[in-house]
Ligand binder design. Structure first.
Ligand SMILES: *Cc1c(COP(=O)(O)O)cnc(C)c1O
Length: 391
């Protein structure tokens, strides 16, 4: 099919839809190939001229990857989407598309630590500065946005769970002509659809809930055809962090159960969070679902939150005595996980010690998986009991 002279405008690609039902397979096949051959000089030339859109080389376009991108665009309510080898690849390619030396980014506090490090290292070296603001304070955001180029959000943030009025903040950015970007990994499009709230670009670490089985590292960006087209043409091919066909296939598989997984994570995590909030050893629970009302724009909550122990609990002993909960980073899979803040703060004291993580040293980040709330609660209580010293 033809779509004009822009070889990067592949949002209307039709060949992929045909391939989806290749061999009448109920599951779309994996196009595990680096290159695609042409049947004639004329076809090859038409493709290179941009008169025909079809896969040529899998760094640019691959049918399995494209299928995943189209599904994410539909889920997020965007015109187009673009897959990446990791969430950080999606973040770095997106940000690098829209900034140049002398520009300033406005970023909400307590974002994913490696996004913060990207801003403070690579972008700083390129002459791009970043101002951090409390996203719960629209006046502060509004002041910071004056003269800025890009507004980077994450809501809720993935440790302290700061929640923002995403639509209100997006409107402030739009009024100033600032492009807005949000990391929606925590809520997923099942519980938050930022493009419909007025945000320009939504991105994900697909390694988390979208994959959902802790077997893929991947990322994805969605938005208007114009903005995603710029990422596709200006940075993605040259930075080269493409999504692989096999991983796209695993992500498509993950998407089939995303809504039911999210509802199961939500229910189990709320049960565990409410019981922790009532437990005498626990001094605070940071979970957006425990507030009287959910933040505007958020229609549900996921399995990731944090809580803080009082002085009576020996945190290393608690962690070492857990059986169902595993000790590990990342989240979004079937398995339940904990990360003690003490470990993360030890890392933050290194070369990136300026990291304002907002994390209480006695807090624990917890991901509630799909094992069942009662079994998980029994595991937590036996470990708390073991680790509690009589005072
Ligand atoms: C994990 C994570 C990322 C980074 O994603 P990778 O796939 O690990 O590169 C970005 N944002 C959030 C909120 C995350 O949890």
């Amino acid at each position: 099919m033809t779509n004009g002279a822009d070889p990067f405008d592949i949002a209307s690609l039709v060949v992929v839809h045909d391939d989806e039902h290749a061999f009448d397979a109920v599951v779309p096949p994996i196009a595990q190939t680096s290159l695609f051959t042409f049947t004639s000089f004329a076809e090859m030339e038409a493709t290179y001229r941009g008169l025909k859109t079809r896969p040529t080389y899998s760094r640019g376009l691959n049918p399995t990857v494209r299928l995943f991108e189209e599904k994410i665009a539909a889920l997020e309510g965007g015109e187009d989407a673009l897959g990446f080898a990791s969430g950080m690849a999606a973040i770095s390619a997106t940000v690098l598309t829209f900034v140049k030396p002398g520009d300033r980014i406005v970023c909400v506090r307590h974002v994913y630590p490696d996004a913060y490090r990207l801003f403070q290292t690579v972008l700083m070296r390129l002459g791009v500065t970043t101002t951090y603001v409390d996203g719960r304070d629209p006046d502060a955001v509004s002041r910071a946005l004056v003269g800025a180029t890009l507004f980077y959000m994450e809501s809720p943030t993935s440790w302290v769970m700061d929640s923002h009025d995403v639509a209100a903040l997006a409107a402030l950015a739009r009024a100033q002509g600032v492009i807005s970007v949000i990391d929606n990994s925590w809520a997923t499009p099942v519980f938050q659809r930022p493009l419909l709230l007025g945000v320009d670009i939504v991105l994900h670490s697909a390694s988390k809930y979208i994959g959902g089985h802790s077997d893929v590292v991947a990322g994805v960006v969605a938005g208007s055809r114009a903005l995603i087209g710029r990422i596709r043409s200006e940075t993605c091919p040259y930075l080269g962090a493409k999504l692989s066909p096999f991983e796209a296939w695993l992500l498509i598989r993950g998407l089939r159960t995303l809504p039911i997984r999210m509802k199961a994570h939500e229910a189990a995590a709320l049960t565990v969070a409410r019981r922790l909030a009532a437990h005498p050893a626990v001094t605070a629970v940071s979970h957006p679902g425990l507030a009287p009302a959910l933040p505007p724009g958020l229609s549900g909550t996921s399995g990731l939150f944090s809580f803080t122990f009082g002085d009576g609990v020996d945190i290393p002993a608690f962690v070492d005595h857990l059986r169902l909960f595993k000790l590990g980073v990342s989240w979004g899979g079937h398995e339940s996980l904990v990360v003690p803040a003490l470990v993360v703060l030890a890392q933050a004291a290194g070369p990136n010690s300026a990291l304002d993580f907002g994390v209480d040293p006695r807090s624990i980040r917890i991901h509630v998986g799909l094992e069942g709330a009662d079994a998980l609660w029994n595991d937590l209580t036996q470990a708390i009991e073991f680790a509690t010293h009589p005072t």
